[in-house]
Write a protein that binds this ligand. Structure first.
Ligand code: PGA
Length: 263
């Protein structure tokens, strides 16, 4: 795991956006796994800016989102379908046929999960999966206790997650209880992982993920097994890491050929 510590959330977004730009420049038909939430918003704004300035052509990418609420109308402002259209797909001019999100309104949720997983396998592997992290260490909506071998399926949100996601709904009770999420194993099959975390609220989860024992109680800790994972954090989210000085030194003294990914 490579841990990159920068000063601010803007720098986290900047670095992540440069990695994605670099990837799509090299591979215009890249398959990207995308995330929702507050953390990637500035990154998406940056990608839109690259598009506006014609610095990179995103028209041939394919995207797969991590998760979606079950039973929530895709037009609802809190649905991830709506979030992605507003914050990325629309401004980039991407066609719905190239952007996949689990259908939380499907009559048969189990069949939808299986079909989503199959679609990823057909088109994939994902060249890069973008991730945030929950306060309790979830990735996607793989809540604590999720099988580390899990695939796309229905999950039940924890109280903490429903509180964290309540702002779009009014109250935690209004947040749907059920979601469809890519599984931990599905995420692990991406060729590269880019996890972003900002703010003090994420500090404990980041420390447990990077330096804690591997455990289904902190699903993000499974990324310790992933051969190409980058964790980009700001100072606050890094504040509980015990090997901070070492991570900084590794990054600062990186041989030039290893920095090429961010050009
Ligand atoms: P956030 O969510 O970006 O809104 O903090 C991250 C997550 O739950 O994975």
């Amino acid at each position: 795991m490579e841990v990159i510590i920068v000063k601010s959330s803007d720098e986290v977004a900047d670095l992540a956006s440069r990695r994605i730009k670099n990837l799509v420049e090299k591979k215009p038909k890249a398959i990207l796994g995308l995330a929702t939430g507050n953390t990637p918003l500035t990154l998406y704004a940056q990608l839109i800016e690259y598009h506006r300035q014609s610095l990179v052509n995103f028209s041939q990418i394919t995207t797969f989102n991590l998760d979606e609420y079950v039973g929530l109308d895709p037009q609802h402002r809190a649905s991830y379908c709506h979030f992605m259209k507003e914050n990325l797909f629309g401004p980039l001019g991407l066609d719905p046929g190239q952007c996949f999100i689990p259908n939380g309104m499907a009559n048969d949720i189990a069949a939808e999960c299986e079909a989503y997983e199959k679609k990823i396998h057909q088109k994939g592997p994902l060249d890069l999966q973008l991730l945030g992290i929950g306060r309790e260490g979830h990735i996607g909506f793989n809540e604590p206790g999720s099988s580390l071998g899990s695939r796309t399926r229905l999950k039940t949100l924890t109280e903490t997650t429903r509180q964290d996601n309540a702002s779009q709904f009014g109250s935690p009770q209004d947040v749907p209880l059920h979601v469809i999420t890519m599984g931990v194993q599905t995420i692990m099959e991406a060729s590269e992982i880019l996890l972003m975390a900002t703010g003090l609220g994420k500090a404990q989860a980041v420390a447990s993920m990077v330096e804690g024992p591997l455990s289904a109680s902190v699903p993000a800790s499974v990324l310790q097994f992933h051969p190409k994972t980058r964790v980009i954090v700001d100072d606050e989210a890094a504040s509980k890491l015990s090997r901070k000085a070492y991570y900084r030194e590794v990054y600062a003294k990186k041989p030039p050929w290893q920095s090429a990914d961010f050009v």
